[in-house]
Structures are given as C-alpha cells and as structure tokens.
Design a protein around this ligand. Structure first.
Ligand SMILES: Nc1nc2c(ncn2[C@@H]2O[C@H](COP(=O)(O)OP(=O)(O)OP(=O)(O)O)[C@@H](O)[C@H]2O)c(=O)[nH]1
Ligand SMILES: [Mg+2]
Length: 449
C-alpha cells in the first residue's frame, strides 16, 4: 500500500563528505517538523538561514531551509530541504532529529514514487529520474533528460490517442452495423492501423537505442592465441591495460574495461585465446571466455591477416550463438608487407588493422557504432532513455496491431486486438501498472530520491 499520509525524510545528497548536504522531508508534517528544528516559521519559496537544533535546544548545525508548498513541489506534497554542512555524521544527526519529531525514513525512490502517485510525473519520467542520476555517459544523460522532460511520454500519449480513436471506430461498427460506418470495407481503417504500426516501429527503434545507452553493451574480443586481442584492447582503450606478449596463452583471466564509444557505455572484454590446452589455468580461462561470449552483445573475432579464416575460425564460429553480432577484424596488416591477403576461402568482409601500429582502429569504432545503430550522429539527438520493459511493451503493441490488420474482416477480433494494443501501450507511461511493477522500479532507486 502507498502511505501518502506519512511524512518521509532522508539524506538527499551523496554519501561521504561534501561542501553541502541536504536532508529532505516530504508529507503533511514536513513543515511543522522543520519549524521545530529551526525554532521559527519558514516561508514558502524563500531561502532562510537557521540554526538547526534538537528537542533539547542543542545546536546541531547552521544552514538554509527551503520550503516547497504543496502542490508546487517535486512530490506534490509539502517538501522541505534543510541544507547543512555536508558531513555524514552531522547529516545523520539532523535526519535522526527529523525522525524523532515524527517523520519516518524514506524507502529507496519514495520521493519519486510520490511524485508519480500524485500525478506530477508519469512512470517513464520517474524511471528517467533514476536513469539521469545513473547515466554513465553524456549521451545517456541527454537522452534521460529527453524522457524526463516528457518528450517520450508525449509521443506515447499521441499514439495512444490515435489508437483509442481507431478502437472507437471499430467498436462503433460493431454496435451499429446497420449505420454503414463501414470504414473497415473502404480500406481507411487498414491504412490507419498500418500508419500507426509504422509510428510504433519508429519509436520502438529509438527506445531500443535508449535502452542501449542505459545498459551499455558487452563487446568481447576472441580469436586464436597470439592473434593480437590484448593489443587491440589496449588500442581501443588508449592505455596499456592488458599484458601483450609473444607467448601464446598470455591472457588467462578475462580483462574487463569500461569505455565510452560515441557516448555508448561499452564493457570491453579481452579473453584467453580459444584453443585445446593441457594447462589447467588456461583451461579455466577458456571456460570463462565462453561464459563471456554467451553474454556478449557484439563479438570482435580477430583473425591473422596472413592466414585469413582457417579451420580454427570455422570451428569456433560454428559454436557461437546463432544470432550474435560479429565484427571480423584481420590483424597484423603490417606483416603482409604490402601484399594482398588471400581471401578466397573467406565468407566475410573483414576490417584490416594493425593493432601494434595503431592502424585502422577507427574502422573498428565505426563498425561498432554502425552495428548498434549509432553511426548517424544527427539522428541520435532524439533518443529517449528507455528500458527493457518499454521495448517489451512496444513489441507487444506491434504484434497486436499486426493481428488487428489480419483480423480486419472480423471486427470483433480486430476490436479486441486494438484493445490489447492500447493496454500494452498504456504500460509504458504507467497509466496501466501493477503494484509489483512499481515496487520493482522504485526499489532500484537510491534512498533520498
Ligand atoms: N606485427 C604485428 N604484431 C602484432 C600486432 N598485434 C599484436 N602483435 C604482436 O603479437 C603478439 C601477441 O599479441 P597479444 O596482443 O598479446 O595477443 P593475444 O591475442 O592477446 O594473445 P593471447 O593472450 O596469448 O591469447 C605480441 O608480440 C604483439 O606485439 C600487429 O598488428 N602487428
Ligand atoms: Mg591476450
């Protein structure tokens, strides 16, 4: 149950020492609690300087109080911020005083949950608050802001409106068949559903990209021992992170590194070269390589440019997950000495590089961005931060719309498909959401937000 009548409080600033720290209160008793601590009235929408004192009138700290009066606040109820010195202990003492005076400690994300329950923001905006806070690249922060400002919700609501209109048409033709509201026959309704489906597909595409910006992608380097995987990792990172050596079997443990490529968070993993070996440690490394391959979004398959694809690569390729994205990269271009590689056997269009001499690495960058749909910088400005649940809901809408078109000759079924599409689309902004879903979303927030 939602306890909107409780007054909640929490430290709103990050843990650890800082110049300023904020204790936030929200709820019916927020003002009276703060006024007890400040020992004087607090005026809405004005900064005022106070001595913060406990019930025994002992000084805790001095600072500023800010009062956002209901309903003009983040949560929609009375909100007070007490700005104190940013020491973890002083903030804990101040928070403890707020609790002794009648508030309770807020749960993770509870301020934002209240904003949602009080209709200040919808569910996808609430999620964007957490995504903005946790954004790991500038691009991710920008797209979270797009969603938070309501642009994503606006698009979804426009589509929802169109969907409701369509559903009303079809249902009207069911209720009054004799009235000749026969959109179904004259083809208009089909065109309208198709055009809606195209719009849904477009927004699904941007939502998928937003999901990528939020979650990032795992990029795994694989290939024969000694082919140059660790050298490529170091070039992509711009630092000597992994050990490079002439000895095959140098990398044992997978080496993971975080990298931002064109604003997309990438988890780059260098792995132990896959081969048959009796070395116990190397064997464990190879098992870990396979574990990483299974969770990869993209695999860079490194091949020696002098040999091209051999039985070895063909054999590993057969064992890779079927729908995985693979970038084939031929390394050691410098050792070809200007000769052309013999590609007659090969079934791929490779990228040629020299990891040692830092040649061609930009083509690997470009290919990664292309595979992720981020190669055209201009089209990326409108990406909304999105999550798996949004993409799932949008895919459901797509399927129901396809069924609606298929069932056009049977208006009963068509109306049902449109109704299911509407329900699925409503889940994105949360106008149709369950208690469980809310619990799951807000529990991932930090306390104080
Ligand atoms: N000439 C040349 N040598 C390279 C190139 N890339 C890597 N090497 C050399 O190849 C050897 C192996 O490189 P690594 O990057 O350690 O290869 P690896 O694939 O990580 O090897 P393992 O960890 O053993 O699986 C080192 O001596 C590198 O200097 C290249 O483009 N040209
Ligand atoms: Mg290595």
């Amino acid at each position: 149950m939602h306890n909107l009548n409780d007054t909640i409080s929490a430290v709103a600033t990050a843990p650890g020492p800082g110049g300023i720290g904020i204790v936030r209160l929200a709820g019916p008793k927020a003002l009276s609690i703060a006024e007890k601590i400040c020992s004087k009235p607090i005026t809405p929408n004005q900064f005022s300087f106070h001595s913060f004192k406990n019930a025994k009138k002992e000084l805790i700290d001095q600072g500023v109080a800010l009062f956002f009066q209901k309903p003009h606040s983040f949560t929609g109820d009375d909100v007070i911020e007490l700005h104190a010195h940013g020491g973890p202990i002083v903030l804990q003492i101040l928070l403890q005083e707020c609790i002794s005076q009648g508030s309770r400690l807020a749960e993770p994300g509870e301020f934002t949950k209240r904003a949602y329950l009080n209709n200040k923001i919808d569910l996808s905006q609430a999620e964007a608050v957490a995504d903005l806070i946790n954004a790991s690249t500038t691009k991710a922060a920008k797209s979270a802001m797009q969603s938070l400002s309501g642009n994503f919700s606006k698009k979804i609501n426009e589509l929802l409106e169109k969907l409701i209109q369509l559903r009303t048409y079809v249902e009207a033709s069911l209720d009054f068949p004799e009235e000749e509201i026969d959109f179904i026959k004259d083809g208009q309704i089909k065109e309208k559903i198709e055009s809606l489906a195209i719009s849904i597909q477009e927004i699904t595409k941007t939502a998928k990209q937003g999901k990528l910006l939020r979650e990032g992608v795992q990029l795994v380097l694989i290939g024969q021992p000694n082919v140059g995987k660790s050298s490529l990792l170091n070039q992509l990172l711009g630092e000597d992170k992994a050990i490079v050596a002439e000895v095959p079997g140098t990398t044992r443990d997978p080496v993971s590194s975080q990298l931002s490529l064109g604003g997309i968070p990438i988890n780059l993993v260098d792995t132990a070269g896959l081969r048959e070996t009796d070395d116990v440690v190397e064997k464990i490394g190879i098992t870990k390589t396979w574990d990483n391959i299974r969770t990869a979004g993209i695999i860079i398959f490194l091949v020696d440019a002098r040999t091209g694809i051999t039985e070895y690569e063909k054999n590993v390729y057969k064992q890779l997950p079927k729908d995985i994205n693979i970038i084939w990269v031929y390394n050691k271009l410098d050792l070809l000495n200007g000769q052309k590689a013999n590609l007659t056997q090969d079934f791929v269009e490779p990228i040629f590089i020299s990891a040692k001499l830092n040649q061609g690495i930009e083509h690997v960058h470009d290919e990664i961005l292309k595979l992720l749909g981020f190669h055209d910088a201009d089209s990326n400005e409108q990406i909304f931060m999105a999550r798996e649940r949004h993409v799932v809901a949008l895919n459901e809408v797509n399927n129901h719309l396809a069924n609606a078109i298929y069932n056009l000759k049977n208006p009963d079924l068509c109306a049902e498909d449109l109704s299911l599409s509407q329900k699925a689309l409503s889940r994105v902004t949360g106008s149709f959401s369950s208690e469980d879903l809310l619990g799951e979303i807000f529990s991932q927030f930090c306390i104080g937000k």
